[in-house]
Write a protein that binds this ligand. Structure first.
Ligand code: 13P
Ligand code: SF4
Length: 329
């Protein structure tokens, strides 16, 4: 793939937007892929849905929608495109398929998983339901379709408290994120029976790191994803979904901010928040980072990496996702 004059001209408006976070030499490698992917999207009536943890060349270069997992699920239901390419992880692609079963949903790397999603199976949920008969199951959207098929209602970190309270019950089974469960429990009177899954990225942050950063950067705002350990959330100024964290920065324009989450978030939003200084101890999600421009191009060109699910699973697993979408943020 060459950085020709035609590619340069077609992609220059995108580069002008992100030139502050990307050196020209790096852009010359990405631009030919970005150009071809954007051409193919038009030819095939395809869209790229990108999670906020994708790298800047994907987030700014080829995504039609870049958002948190709740907004991506809602967008998948609304789109008029024939093909959805999920620049994210496997559970996000499955969720898109559940929301739009008639569409072709492609994932550029089938190994892009999630430590939370792989921590619980449909069988585990069936056993939990036997142990706690009549207690509704609230599953984080970071779960497989098999788990969703055993679930009463899904949630994301953007609406977990609202979803739990919407059920009007005294007790719920909440899975698989133990830390998110603890965060929800701190915000509601509903009793939470939690599964012991963790996010391998957010689990790496600790309270000492947060306190050290605050000491070295007086006045800094520290904002955390609710998948972080409880003591990290306690030491932070705000907790919210990736979309919630982005809105916090946009609306408050802090002089200095630390986003206690995946590394690409700060790079992606620096572009729209040039006056905010991002302090960046962060952790990479190895699953999110499996998605690259060459893989997006390959899967769109050859229509590989299709999400295939049997009709029965789709019918069962889409119900909790639709219930969640109806309640919203
Ligand atoms: P959001 O729902 O906040 O976008 O988070 C998804 C995720 O995988 C966070 O690790
Ligand atoms: Fe899963 Fe954590 Fe990666 Fe999000 S950051 S996809 S929860 S492993």
């Amino acid at each position: 793939m060459n950085f020709t004059a035609e590619v340069k001209k077609a992609t220059d408006p995108i580069y002008q937007k992100i030139s502050k976070v990307m050196p020209e030499i790096e852009w010359s490698i990405h631009a030919p892929y970005i150009h071809r992917i954007n051409q193919l999207k038009k030819e095939k009536n395809a869209i790229v849905l990108a999670h906020n943890y994708q790298t800047p060349e994907i987030y700014h270069g080829v995504s039609d929608v870049a958002a948190d997992s709740l907004a991506l699920a809602i967008e998948a239901a609304k789109t008029k495109a024939d093909i959805i390419v999920m620049a994210g992880v496997h559970f996000m692609a499955e969720t898109s398929k559940l929301m739009s079963p008639e569409k072709k949903v492609l994932l550029p790397d089938m190994d892009a998983g999630c430590s939370l999603s792989s921590s619980v199976t449909g069988k585990d949920v069936r056993l939990l339901k036997e142990k706690y008969p009549g207690v509704p199951v609230v599953s984080y959207v970071n779960t497989s379709a098999d788990v969703k098929a055993e679930t009463d209602i899904c949630c994301t970190s953007a609406n977990a408290v609202k979803i739990v309270e919407s059920l009007g019950v005294k007790k719920v089974i909440f899975l698989p994120d133990d830390y998110l469960a603890k965060y929800v429990a701190s915000q509601t009177h509903v009793e939470i029976i939690a599964w012991k899954g963790i996010c391998m990225v957010h689990d790496q942050f600790n309270e000492k790191e947060i306190n050290d950063i605050r000491e070295k950067n007086p006045g800094i705002k520290i904002i955390a994803h609710p998948e972080c350990p409880p003591e990290v959330i306690k030491a932070s100024d705000f907790a919210g979904s990736t979309g919630g964290m982005i809105n916090y920065v946009k609306n408050n324009q802090p002089q200095k901010v630390m986003m206690v989450t995946e590394c690409s978030m700060s790079d992606n939003i620096q572009v729209e928040n040039p006056n905010v200084e991002f302090i960046r101890p962060c952790n990479l999600c190895p699953h999110m980072k499996k998605i690259t421009l060459p893989k997006i191009l390959d899967c769109l060109e050859n229509e590989t990496g299709e999400i295939i699910m049997d009709k029965k699973t789709i019918e069962k697993a889409r119900i909790p996702v639709e219930r969640m979408a109806a309640i919203g943020r």
